[in-house]
Structures are given as structure tokens and as C-alpha cells.
Design a protein around this ligand. Structure first.
Ligand code: HEM
Length: 404
């Protein structure tokens, strides 16, 4: 067991929220496989260790394998879905995961996502037109927060007049992914999931009767070797698309713009060269990604980074630390929008690799490129914007910008 950092050291301490990277660096240098006594789990910060765990199916995503630690907040989401007779992709292992993922991937293809690019551009241009009259704006409620919800609603085929319902539902429900949450937050999340499901039941019924050219109809008809998504599979998938795709993309936009504004040379590079949009988004995902960690549980006695992990114990893969591992990335704390060989772990790895990565990339590319080119005088109105309480999904509470 590694004990090479100060007793009481806690990389998840709220005091580290604004800048967790020095704490991650300390782990990388002094305790890359660290025993977190508070939660009874192992914390991995090296890229090679995180990647090895994510790619090895002997490490489970299903919290039912846990025997060693306090229950995760994420269990609330899982148990809510289980009560509703629904398994959620993120917490499933093969063969259930393989079956569900195959069916969903059939409808949610990179090609169908790329087709959305002009619509996303139109949407972003419309929002930027509205902002253009302002001297100062908070980017989070005006663009970063609503955009992913509008996009997923359009993609699924939710009628425009119902869209306003979805923002609060998906925001409250996504807190259930966030490890430790208090009871009130968990309850709000559970209620939001129920409301979402209730609404979706009606929409699914409607699309069954009259299919359209949208993702929901495609999911209903997706079929492989005679297998189809059941009613509860469908509900679980759609709920997850809302939860997993909302605050993550919102934080990509917020964290990304903040990093650019703190690196004026890189911002100027992006403004002058639209050819950099795609690699800029990859670098911003690596440099300050929205998802800081994920967890796996040993289904048998296993080894990682030279340490023995008994069956039933949990490891936390600190993706954001791995993305700054000097053994994997040259000048890991530097921001280089043209970085080559940038296989970051922000979308995880292995079988649970983010299903929405293509969508998040398109949204990120359109927003960041459009914003910096539309407003060449873009500047931080508050040099130290406040962070939200979220731990897994790290992002800004507000991001006030002056546009002039
Ligand atoms: C920048 C934005 C995003 C980030 C950083 C992100 C990150 C992640 C990560 C780290 C995982 C895997 C967790 C694990 O291995 O335990 C994941 C899974 C997933 N994500 Fe994303 N995500 C983003 C956006 C989206 C979007 C836009 C959608 C869909 C609308 C989405 C849908 C999903 C789904 C369905 C899974 C589960 C895949 C599976 O378990 O097989 N994500 N995401």
C-alpha cells in the first residue's frame, strides 16, 4: 500500500476545485497507486495504469461487485433505474453491456452525428447573434448550458415546445453520477429521472405509431440478429443520453473557453486558423476535461501498477491526472492546440468509451471556433470564475465574459 503523501491528503478536497492539478501531480510523483482511506479505494493517476484497467474486462463497472467501500452516489442512479426495471449502460458488464451497446451504436453513428453539424452551427450562430448586443455575458446559462440539451432534444425528436422541461431534469438527474451527493440532491435527481421517464413513455408510444427521421425512431427500429431494444432498454438509453451528454458538454465549453482566455497565444492561433478546431478541442479535453474520474471494481484478485487489489475492491481511474502524466505527454501542463499524438482518456477507454464522443466533439468544435472568431475582443470579466460543487464532472458555476 502506498503512503507516500501526507496523511489527510485529499485530491478531491473542495479546496482543490479551482486547480486540482498540483494535487494530481503530487499523486503522480509520490503515490501513483494511492490508498484513499476515507473511501476505502485505490486511486490511480498514471496513464498506463488507468488505461490498463479501463481496457481489461476483469475490472467491472457494476457496483454490485463492490464489497469494500461505502456505497457510491452513483448507486442511486443505478438503483433508481433498477427499480424501474431498467439497466443503465454505464454500469453494465458483458454480455448485457455488449448487447445494449451494439443496438444503440447502430442508431447513434458518427455519420448520423456529423450530419448534425450544420444544424448545430445554425443554433450556435443564433445564440451568438442574441449575445452580440451585450457588453458582458455569463457564458454558462446563455450558451454552454442550453446548447447540449437543445441538440439532444433535436436529435431525439423532442418537440421544440417541450424542450424547456428538459434542462432542469437533465441537470438534476446528472448529479446522480457524481459520487457523493447529499440526500436532498439525490432525491431531486431521482424525481427528475422519474419525470424524464414519464415524459419519454408518451413520446416512445407516439414514435412507435408514427416513426420519423429521428434518433428515437431509429432506436425503436434498431435490430440486430433478431434482437431489439425492449421498452425498458429504450428508456434507460434515452435517460442516459440526457444525463451523460449534458453537463459534460457544458463543461467542455466552459473549461475550454477559460483555458483559451488564459493562453492568449493559443486563442489567437485558433482564431486565425479554423483548421485547428478539431485538434484544439482534443487538446482542451486533455488539458482540462469535464470528467475527472471513473471507477472499476476487481471481479477477482488483480494487480495494478505493481499493487495487489483484492476481489470486490474499487479503483478510481483519475482520468484528468492521467491526461497530465509526463510519462505519456510531452510538456503535459502546457496547452498546445496543435498537439500531435493526443490520445487522452477524457472519454475513457475500452468497452465503455464514451458513446457521445462524436457529438461532444462536433459541439465543442462549432462553439469554440465560432465564439473566438465572432468576438475577437473576448476577455474574462472575472479572472477567477467560481466552480460548481460537482466532483466527477468538474466545471464552472459562471463564466462572465466581456465581448467588446
Ligand atoms: C465532453 C463531453 C463528454 C465527456 C467528457 C464524456 C465522457 C464520458 C466518459 C468518461 C464515459 C465512460 C465512463 C466510464 O468508462 O466509466 C462516457 C460514457 C458515455 N457517454 Fe459520454 N461524455 C461526453 C459527452 C457525451 C454525450 C454528448 C453523450 C450523448 C448524448 C454521451 C453519452 C455517453 C454514454 C451513453 C456513455 C456510456 C457508454 C457505455 O457505458 O458503453 N457522452 N462518457
Amino acid at each position: 500500500m502506498t503512503t507516500a503523501v501526507q496523511p489527510g491528503f485529499d485530491p478531491f478536497d473542495p479546496d482543490h476545485r479551482a486547480d486540482p492539478f498540483p494535487a494530481y501531480r503530487e499523486l503522480l510523483e509520490r503515490a501513483p497507486v494511492w490508498w484513499n482511506d476515507k473511501f476505502g479505494e485505490w486511486v490511480l493517476s498514471r496513464y498506463a495504469d488507468c488505461e490498463a484497467v479501463l481496457r481489461d474486462p476483469r475490472w467491472s463497472s457494476n457496483p454490485e461487485h463492490l464489497t469494500s467501500r461505502v456505497e457510491l452516489g452513483a448507486m442511486d442512479l443505478r438503483s433508481t433505474m433498477r427499480d424501474l426495471d431498467t439497466g443503465i449502460l454505464l454500469f453494465l458488464d458483458p454480455p448485457d453491456h455488449t448487447r445494449l451497446r451494439r443496438l444503440v451504436s447502430q442508431a447513434f453513428t458518427p455519420r448520423s452525428i456529423e450530419r448534425l453539424r450544420p444544424r448545430i452551427q445554425e443554433l450556435v450562430d443564433g445564440i451568438l447573434d442574441e449575445l452580440a448586443g451585450e457588453r458582458e455575458v455569463d457564458l454558462m446559462p446563455t450558451l454552454a448550458y442550453p446548447l447540449p440539451v437543445i441538440v439532444i432534444c433535436q436529435l431525439l425528436g423532442v418537440p421544440a415546445e417541450d424542450r424547456a422541461l428538459f434542462g432542469p431534469w437533465s441537470s438534476d438527474a446528472s448529479r446522480l453520477l457524481d459520487g457523493e451527493v447529499d440526500l436532498e440532491t439525490a432525491n431531486r435527481g431521482v424525481v427528475a429521472v422519474m419525470q424524464l421517464i414519464n415524459y419519454l413513455n408518451g413520446l416512445i408510444e407516439e414514435r412507435r405509431r408514427r416513426p420519423r427521421d429521428d434518433l428515437l425512431s431509429a432506436l425503436i427500429t434498431a435490430e440486430e440478429e433478431g434482437d431489439k431494444l425492449t421498452e425498458s432498454d429504450l428508456r434507460a438509453v434515452v435517460v442516459l443520453l440526457f444525463i451523460a451528454g449534458h453537463e459534460t458538454t457544458m463543461n467542455l465549453i466552459g473549461n475550454g473557453i477559460l483555458a483559451l482566455l488564459r493562453h492568449p497565444d493559443q486563442l489567437a492561433r485558433l482564431r486565425d486558423d479554423p483548421g485547428l478546431d478539431a485538434s484544439a478541442v482534443e487538446e482542451l479535453l486533455r488539458y482540462d476535461g469535464p470528467v475527472h474520474f471513473t471507477a472499476r471494481i476487481a471481479t477477482e484478485d488483480l494487480e495494478v501498477g505493481g499493487h495487489h487489489v483484492p476481489k470486490g475492491h474499487q479503483v478510481v481511474a483519475l482520468l484528468a491526472a492521467a491526461n497530465r502524466d509526463p510519462a505519456r505527454f510531452e510538456d503535459p501542463d502546457g496547452l498546445d492546440l496543435a498537439r500531435a499524438d493526443n490520445r487522452h482518456l477524457t472519454f475513457s477507454g475500452g468497452m465503455h468509451y464514451c458513446l457521445g464522443a462524436a457529438l461532444a466533439r462536433v459541439e465543442g468544435q462549432v462553439v469554440l471556433g465560432s465564439l473566438v472568431r465572432r468576438f475577437p475582443g473576448l476577455a474574462l470579466a472575472d479572472p477567477h470564475p467560481p466552480y460548481r460543487d460537482h466532483v466527477v464532472l468538474r466545471g464552472l458555476q459562471e463564466l462572465r465574459l466581456s465581448l467588446a
